[in-house]
Design a protein around this ligand. Structure first.
Ligand SMILES: NC(=O)c1ccc[n+]([C@@H]2O[C@H](COP(=O)([O-])OP(=O)(O)OC[C@H]3O[C@@H](n4cnc5c(N)ncnc54)[C@H](OP(=O)(O)O)[C@@H]3O)[C@@H](O)[C@H]2O)c1
Length: 264
């Protein structure tokens, strides 16, 4: 059972990976949940586990957030809640890799719609209620990839930079309202993300973290009173984020390009 009763939490991309782990930890923290992803069967299984183990109410919304219809469905469910959200975790995201001129145009555009447009759309929908209520936390799952251009992941890195800058701006705007905004920036996390159109698997010896560890980080951020808006997560991000700042845009992009260049 949950330790304490809390307000509603939204988690997008909750059917797998980081989002599923965040949703279960929020349920354990006592939040009733609205969980969103395209795969409704996985959301139903997650909802059943969260209800059974933590006794919280869960509403699953099977929706494609890269499409306006999907976002309308989510906004509709949020509007039916009797209370404003306490936490919104905008985590759903995809990443493409390869030479940009070889990549599928529709998929690149979908990546921007999901990683950027859906984040702005849902943040715009939930933040006014949080501000009116004088409390709430917006968490955007950005990436360590946000801090530099990454050749052969050009669209992905740009979308993650968008998310990080968006949160930094919101953080300033929200000061004094009781509402906080965070961009979580993990380095490599072993999830299905790296099997989806990804050019290469993560090297076996690369220091990574688990989806559960990122989720635990999210909960620690929520539990703390501090409001540093950009949060590095995992063994690599606390090194690579300052390093890219030190090296500068051009050298960082050149180095990343050497690593990510397709070998075939
Ligand atoms: N894995 C990493 O190394 C890593 C590192 C840094 C940041 N991140 C970020 O972490 C977030 C989660 O990634 P992950 O590693 O957990 O990946 P994942 O295991 O592939 O999970 C992605 C989640 O997003 C959902 N999703 C994908 N397309 C969607 C759409 N059009 N509409 C609604 N939901 C959609 C998926 O559900 P459905 O397929 O059921 O829709 C799934 O629940 C992403 O924003 C990613 O950029 C990942």
């Amino acid at each position: 059972m949950a330790s304490e009763r809390r307000g509603w939490a939204l988690v997008t991309g909750a059917s797998a990976g980081i989002g599923a782990e965040v949703a279960l930890r929020l349920a354990r923290r006592g939040h009733p949940l609205v969980v969103v992803a395209r795969r409704g069967d996985r959301l139903a299984a997650l909802a059943e586990q969260a209800r059974r183990e933590h006794g919280v109410d869960v509403r699953g919304v099977a929706a494609d957030l890269s499409r306006e219809e999907g976002r309308v469905a989510v906004r509709g469910v949020l509007d039916q809640l009797r209370a404003p959200l306490e936490v919104a975790v905008l985590n759903a995201g995809i990443g493409t890799q390869g030479r940009f001129t070889d990549l599928d145009r529709a998929t690149e555009v979908r990546e921007v719609r999901l990683n950027c447009v859906a984040v702005v759309d849902l943040a715009s929908h939930v933040l006014p209620g949080m501000v009116a209520n004088g409390r709430g936390d917006l968490v955007v799952m950005s990436s360590a990839a946000a801090t530099q251009a990454i050749p052969y992941m050009s669209t992905y890195a740009a979308t993650k930079a968008f998310e990080m800058r968006f949160v930094r701006g919101l953080d300033q705007e929200l000061r004094g309202t009781g509402v906080r905004a965070f961009a979580i920036c993990p380095g490599p996390v072993r999830t299905a993300f790296h099997r989806m159109g990804w050019g290469k698997e993560l090297p076996r010896l690369m220091p990574t973290e688990s989806a559960g560890s990122v989720a635990a980080r999210v909960i620690r951020v929520l539990d703390r009173r501090r409001r540093n808006p950009v949060v590095a997560s995992g063994p690599l991000a606390p090194i690579t984020i300052p390093l890219t700042g030190f090296l500068g845009e051009a050298i960082s992009a050149w180095g990343a390009g050497l690593y990510h260049r397709p070998r075939h």
